[in-house]
Design a protein around this ligand. Structure first.
Ligand SMILES: [Fe+2]
Length: 349
């Protein structure tokens, strides 16, 4: 009988680059999003917390502490994984117009690739430098288990889930940021982290998946059809737990996603996240009430800019099915300069 460890974390891309590069989307939104009102282009009109984070160096100093907490959180997650000794990590992650684009957007897709080697720094995707000093063509090697991925896709279909699967990437060499960033952050000290990953893409971005790439933060563009519903994500998680429970494997089920993203929160002019909405999620985990997430609506998720929480709802479904209680390892807020609320959590067996 299988054993399952639940886990979730942010995949905050600016952890890749040095603080001095200021890779936070806030600066880009401020400079280019036509929906930012004139008044909010001037710092004197920002909320107090945003001003404090921004400081006199556009956030460089404040990000040092933001990063320190996140690196410490990933260190804890890594220790939990090593103590658990999984056969593989089943990772739910979003695709932000990386592998899936105009030709197809599957709601969910199991990636059964033979080779998960990824190149996150290629073509200046993550700026000119990274904190590890790795060259632009540096490969991040992730062990794959296409045999398990194929088995899993078959089991989903047998259980009535109309699951997509792929044997090779469509538009992206290796894995997108939601998956490869977790591999890099669990191995932030580069001492080596060699657990296989079975990736499942979730179309978290829904109505903004294509339009966000046509214009900054989707400004002025028609919405795309929506993401899968929270209810369905929760059910997928429950079914995943049942399938894995009857398997011979020890599995980490991992949600890769930041919480409210400032650039998705239109009521906040795409500048700062919906902090109250994120605090509710953190409290629900602490109190063992994350099953309530299945009652969220796509509209509520989109209003709060919590699109990436869809991956967390998949894991919440699995944990509910198994009766596992979650612990918030850390919940790192930003007033706005660092875009998203960032939670790191574990659900031990
Ligand atoms: Fe993402």
């Amino acid at each position: 009988m299988g054993a399952i460890l639940g886990m979730g974390s942010t995949h905050w891309p600016p952890m890749i680059q040095p603080d001095e590069a200021k890779p936070w989307p806030f600066l880009r939104t401020l400079a280019r999003d036509p929906r930012v009102p004139e008044a909010l282009k001037h710092a004197e009109n920002w909320p107090e917390g945003v001003l404090r984070e921004y400081g006199d160096d556009e956030g460089v100093s404040a990000h040092r502490e933001h990063r320190r907490r996140l690196v410490a959180g990933f260190c804890t997650l890594r220790a939990e994984i090593e103590a658990f000794q999984p056969d593989f990590i089943l990772m739910f992650g979003d695709d932000q117009y990386e592998n899936f684009t105009e030709d197809i957007i599957p709601p969910f897709c199991v990636m059964a690739y033979d080779d998960l080697t990824s190149y996150p720094f290629k073509d200046g995707r993550r700026g000119q430098s990274n904190v590890w000093g790795e060259p632009a063509d540096h490969p991040i090697i992730i062990p794959s288990r296409p045999d398990i991925a194929k088995w899993l896709a078959r089991r989903y279909l047998e259980e009535g889930v109309d699951m997509s699967y792929a044997y090779k990437p469509l538009h992206w060499e290796g894995l997108g940021h939601a998956f490869v960033n977790i591999q890099m952050y669990l191995d932030y000290d580069r001492s080596g982290f060699r657990y296989p990953i079975v990736p499942i893409q979730v179309n978290s971005y829904g109505s903004k998946i294509i339009r966000n790439r046509r214009a900054i933060n989707g400004a002025g563009q028609e919405p795309d059809p929506c993401s899968p519903t929270p209810k369905r994500c929760f059910e997928i998680g429950q079914i995943t737990a049942r399938i894995l429970q009857e398997s011979p494997w020890r599995v980490v089920i991992y949600a890769s996603g930041g919480w409210s993203h400032g650039f998705l929160v239109e009521k906040n002019h795409c500048l700062w996240p919906d902090i109250p909405a994120d605090r509710v999620l953190a409290q629900q985990i602490r109190e063992g009430r994350e099953a309530e997430w299945k009652h969220l609506t796509v509209a509520a998720i989109e209003e709060a800019g919590q699109q990436e929480v869809m991956t967390w709802i998949c894991v919440a479904g699995a944990m509910h099915e198994l009766g596992q209680k979650g612990t918030v390892v850390d919940y790192v807020e930003t007033a706005g300069v660092f875009n998203s609320g960032k939670c790191l959590a574990v659900w031990k067996p």
